[in-house]
Ligand binder design. Sequence first.
Ligand SMILES: *Cc1c(COP(=O)(O)O)cnc(C)c1O
Length: 451
Amino acid sequence: MNDYVKRDLKYIWHPCGQMKDYEEFNPIVIEKGEGVWLYDIEGNRYLDCVSSWWTNTLGHSNKRINETIKKQIDNIEHVIFANFSNKPAVDLSEKLVNITPDRLAKVFFSDNGSSAVEIALKMSFHYHMQKGNTKKKRFAALSDAYHGETLGALSVCDIDEYNKIYNPLLLDTIRVEGPDCYRCRYGCTRDNCNAECFADMEKCMEEKHDEISAVIIEPMVQGAAGMKIYSPNYLEKLRKICDKYDVHLIADEIAVGFGRAGEMFACNHAQISPDFMCLSKGISAGYMPMSVVMTTDEIYDCFYGDYNEQKAFLHSHTYAGNATSCAIALESLKILEEDNIIENNRKKGNLIKKLTLEKAKVSKHIGEVRNIGMITAVEIVKDKFTKKNYPWEMRVGYEIYKIALSKGLLLRPIGNVLYFIPPYIINEEEIKFMVNKCFQSIEEYFIENKL
Ligand SMILES: *Cc1c(COP(=O)(O)O)cnc(C)c1O
């Protein structure tokens, strides 16, 4: 066993998993990245199909970003953000206000997605308290939602493996049955959907709006639920009903922002503007921890006043407004624009979708292929007609993940859903490699296990 692997196992507690897995399947120690490729200390390479947890947009070790960082740290790497500021943070904020939907006019900085969600929840509640809506103490969120794993963020999640044990500690969230387009309970298909399932949200809002501070959603795609893509009609209806009942709409664009879902922001698909938009992951091109919450002048103004009125938003994260992160985010936005990346991604996204559909058609095991922008997912089912899944304990996705690694692919399935969320700079040859090796891995698994 390599010395690094040995010491990793001795000292490190890795995220989101059972450490027992690592003994049988050792951690892979990466020492270099280039474009879509990761190179480990044994000399193997892996195509990063998941953009290192959905963050890396412009490839590993991107030359322009690397130069930007070097330049920035020779000036100022980080400076306290209370009463102090820095050039990249100012430039970035102006840029974000210009490119996000109308009404979003102020930028609050933090350093990870979960804390951005905490901030939006707290701001929404605090706003309503100041307006005298003292009954608005709860948040509404969708079934299968994922919004991060700190206690507040976890409270609005609905993923049993993450939530269950902590339930006694969590906020009393109102859970609304959300869209499920592959297994639509209203019998709609993707092409024939007017978001009929919104009826559940409508009913909930009618009954409980005076208790609800905000509704939080992942626009267009519920990522951790298995890349569940739904109709923009749902978002349109949600915007309208939130206005009707004086409930904030929090758009958690942490996974889908910055072009991932085919538009600069997923809300653009429905041409809606939320009251809060949480951004992270792709914002800093996969380089540095960073997040922001964007909000409206109306909400900002409500907090403007004196301390003794408890108006100030007394919330801070040490690394807020980090100058190096902001410089990266600015440069990344420049690259997206100058290289016309979101437009060019249309062709790439379509190619990934087309190749995946071709392979899925001749496979017995794929229930659905879902695609939006640079997100493509395949759901493995036991039976295409009943849409029944293999039981969780079989860990079908995990077994396929291990086979795929031996073929040079880094996948990270969610249960029985495999997905491609590659860096935007992936080329045609790499796309073909990614789809082919993935399906080879799937077929191999089923042949080996005689299923
Ligand atoms: C990743 C993610 C989060 C949490 O972000 P962290 O940086 O991991 O805390 C929240 N919401 C969504 C939709 C995400 O994808």
